[in-house]
Write a protein that binds this ligand. Structure first.
Ligand SMILES: Nc1ncnc2c1ncn2[C@@H]1O[C@H](COP(=O)(O)OP(=O)(O)O)[C@@H](O)[C@H]1O
Ligand SMILES: [Mg+2]
Length: 298
């Protein structure tokens, strides 16, 4: 794309219904993200965040509407063209998705596999310039000293930083992050979120990151897009929000009181069912014990 004003991502009237699903996962979603923007997709579990992110790099096919990423109509891409687009879009996941038995540097190197032919075994099977690049990225995320350790020796926060280094191997233009800190403690979370922002600024990356915590979204993103039951219910910049507007975000994206009440009663019901089952089992055991006790000795 020669037009620098072109959006990095433009989604128009996107709808997605999974086969056999009763309700659509996404409905009438339209949004544009300009290059360099740091956008949070905010919504409860099940609101459609992952589904939306996965459409941006063609991991899902829309039921209706269009998705244009880096100037390309994503659903129309196949084979090499799709792989080439995915090479320009890094993706980091809640569960890091590292190969635990491989070393940290090997995991990072796999981020550059798209540019190589054939499988690789061991970091020495990669070209020297790639190894140097991988070490540079590990240095950037503060894990150079861990390069030759097994990935599963690292803490969750460290593993997510390895995943960031791996994504950087592709020199991405867009970084998608799907609840990148949902499995991390608060301190590692804030480290990882700051790191993503710093790296995005250094490399003029466009970032779309899903989160379910309103506070984190407000303090981290330049812009929040709120999803609820597959629809966009909010699209706002985070600077100069008033307290009232913040409260409204909680209300729209989080839950209504009636939804909370419904959830609570569902939980209570589930707990009661477990208790009832336990009581039934205890009764059965007692009855059995009684029967044995009452049996005439042979
Ligand atoms: N592969 C799938 N097949 C069927 N339904 C799915 C699939 N993935 C997600 N869904 C459904 O689509 C809706 C949105 O899910 P998802 O995009 O994962 O939301 P979120 O990431 O916000 O938790 C949910 O109702 C979920 O159950
Ligand atoms: Mg999700």
């Amino acid at each position: 794309m020669t037009n620098s004003d072109a959006p990095a991502v433009r989604i128009t009237d996107l709808g997605k219904t999974y086969p056999g699903a009763a309700a659509p996962a996404l409905e009438g979603v339209s949004l544009s993200v300009v290059p360099g923007e740091i956008v949070v997709l905010l919504g409860l579990s099940g609101s459609g965040k992952s589904t939306l992110l996965r459409h941006v790099n063609g991991l899902e096919t829309p039921s209706t509407g269009s998705v244009v990423s880096l100037g390309q109509a994503v659903p129309e891409l196949r084979g090499q063209a799709l792989r080439a687009l995915r090479g320009r879009i890094g993706f980091i996941f809640q569960q890091f998705e590292l190969v635990g038995a491989l070393t940290v540097i090997e995991n990072v190197l796999t981020g550059g596999l798209a540019t190589l032919r054939g499988p690789r075994v061991g970091s020495l099977s990669y070209p020297r310039r790639m190894r140097e690049k991988a070490l540079g990225h590990l240095d950037r995320v503060g894990l150079l000293d861990f390069a030759y350790q097994r990935a599963d020796n690292l803490s969750g926060g460290q593993q997510q930083r390895v995943a960031i280094a791996r994504a950087l191997m592709q020199d991405p233009e867009i970084l998608l992050a799907d609840e990148p800190v949902a499995s991390l403690d608060p301190e590692s979370s804030s480290q990882v979120m700051s790191l993503i922002r710093e790296i995005a600024a250094e490399r003029s990356l466009t970032v779309i990151c899903s989160l379910h915590q309103v506070d984190l979204a407000l303090s981290w993103g330049d812009r929040i897009i709120g999803l609820r039951a597959g629809s966009v219910v909010l699209d706002t910049r985070t600077d100069d929000l008033t307290r009232e507007e913040v409260m409204e975000i909680y209300g729209r994206v989080a839950t209504t009181t009636s939804e909370i009440a419904a959830l609570e009663s569902e939980l209570a019901e589930a707990r009661e069912q477990v208790l009832t089952q336990e009581m039934r089992r205890a009764n059965a055991r007692e009855n059995l014990a009684e029967e044995f006790a009452n049996e005439e000795p042979a």
